[in-house]
Design a protein around this ligand. Structure first.
Ligand SMILES: NC(=O)c1ccc[n+]([C@@H]2O[C@H](COP(=O)([O-])OP(=O)(O)OC[C@H]3O[C@@H](n4cnc5c(N)ncnc54)[C@H](O)[C@@H]3O)[C@@H](O)[C@H]2O)c1
Length: 289
C-alpha cells in the first residue's frame, strides 16, 4: 500500500508500546486512526494525546481475545470512517516460568491474546478488506521469539510461532488470489515497552503471574529482563511503516537478528540437537521447599 494518506488504520494494543508508536507513525503519514485496547485509562490518554496533536483518531475499548469484541471493533471503525485499509494485529502479552508449572489459565491467557487475537483480527477485518477492493494491508506483530523456542518462555514463543505461521499462510492466500492486500509480519527482538507488566491486563485483574512467581525472587527476574531494555518502539514503528509502503513481508529490527536467524537455520539444516536456551534463572525446587 504505497499511499497511506487519508486511509484508515486500526491498531490493537494501540494504547502502549509498539502499538502506540505505530499509531504515531501512521498518523504522521496522514492516516485516520482507530486505537483498540483493553486498558480503558491508557486508551483514553493515548487518544487525547494523539488528537491533541491534530490527528484524526477514535478509541474503541476492545478485547482481542473475544471475537464478538473484534467484530464490534470492525463495525465501530466503519461507523467512524466508512472504510478500513490497514489492520495491525499487535496486542500481545508475555509470561515466563517452567511450562509444566504454569497454570492452564496462564497458558490460555497468552494464547487467547497472542494467537486467537490474530485469528480474530483476520476474521473480523479481511472480508471487508477484500470486499472493498481497494489497497489494504494486514500487519501481525509477532516476534523474533516466533523463530526461537526459549525455556521458561514456552507460551509466548509458541503462541508467536503460531502467529507467524498463520500470517504467512494469509500472505500466500491473498497473493494467490491477486488481491490488493499486502501482509507484513513484524518480528522485533527486545523493545522498550510495558510488556514486562503484561499481567496488568489479565482478565482476572491486577495480580502476579502465578503463586510461585510472587513468592520466589528468581521468578520475578523474568519481568525485569525486559524492563528499560531494548530498542525504542518508534524504531519498530518506522521500519513497519516502510515495509507497508514497500509491500514487504518481514520486518526484523535491532542489530543481531540476522546472526540469530542464521544460527537457527543452520542448526535446523544440520539436524543437530537444538541449543539449550533459557532465561538463566535457577528455578529448580529448593532443597527444603
Ligand atoms: N517489547 C518487546 O520486547 C517485544 C518484542 C517482540 C514482540 N513484541 C510484541 O509487540 C506487541 C506489543 O507489545 P508491547 O511490547 O508494545 O507491550 P505493551 O504492554 O507496551 O503494549 C501491549 C498493549 O496490548 C494491550 N493488550 C493486552 N491484552 C489485550 C487484549 N486482550 N485486548 C486488547 N489489547 C490488549 C495492552 O493494554 C497494551 O496497551 C505484542 O504483540 C508483543 O508480543 C514485543
Amino acid at each position: 500500500m504505497d499511499t497511506l494518506d487519508g486511509r484508515v488504520a486500526v491498531i490493537t494494543g494501540g494504547a502502549s508500546g509498539i502499538g502506540l508508536a505505530l499509531a504515531d507513525a501512521l498518523g504522521a503519514e496522514g492516516m485516520k486512526l482507530v486505537l483498540a485496547d483493553i486498558e480503558q485509562g491508557a486508551l483514553d490518554r493515548a487518544v487525547a494525546d494523539l488528537s491533541g496533536r491534530g490527528l484524526e483518531v477514535v478509541g474503541v475499548r476492545t478485547d482481542v481475545a473475544d471475537f464478538a469484541s473484534m467484530q464490534a471493533l470492525a463495525q465501530a471503525t466503519l461507523a467512524a470512517f466508512g472504510k478500513v485499509h490497514l489492520i495491525c494485529n499487535n496486542a500481545g502479552v508475555s509470561i515466563t516460568g517452567p511450562l509444566w508449572e504454569l497454570s492452564m489459565d496462564d497458558w490460555r491467557w497468552v494464547y487467547d491474546v497472542n494467537t486467537w487475537g490474530v485469528i480474530h483480527g483476520i476474521k473480523a477485518f479481511v472480508p471487508t478488506l477484500i470486499e472493498q477492493g481497494e489497497p489494504g494491508h494486514v500487519i501481525t506483530t509477532a516476534s523474533l521469539a516466533s523463530f526461537g523456542p526459549t525455556g521458561e518462555h514456552a507460551p509466548y514463543c509458541s503462541s508467536k510461532a503460531a502467529a507467524w505461521s498463520i500470517t504467512q499462510a494469509l500472505y500466500s492466500e491473498l497473493r494467490a488470489w491477486d488481491t490488493p492486500i499486502g501482509v507484513t509480519l513484524v518480528c522485533p527482538g527486545m523493545v522498550d515497552t510495558q510488556i514486562h507488566r503484561s499481567w496488568r491486563n489479565r482478565p482476572e485483574g491486577d495480580r502476579p503471574w502465578s503463586d510461585r512467581e510472587s513468592a520466589d525472587p528468581e521468578h520475578m527476574k523474568g519481568s525485569e529482563v525486559f524492563q528499560g531494555r531494548g530498542i525504542p518502539a518508534s524504531e519498530v514503528a518506522a521500519a513497519t511503516v516502510a515495509a507497508v509502503k514497500e509491500n514487504r513481508f518481514f520486518v526484523f529490527t535491532g542489530e543481531h537478528w540476522s546472526d540469530f536467524m542464521a544460527n537457527r537455520v543452520q542448526g535446523l539444516a544440520s539436524g543437530a540437537n537444538p541449543p539449550v536456551v533459557t532465561w538463566g534463572r535457577d528455578l529448580r525446587p529448593k532443597a527444603n521447599a
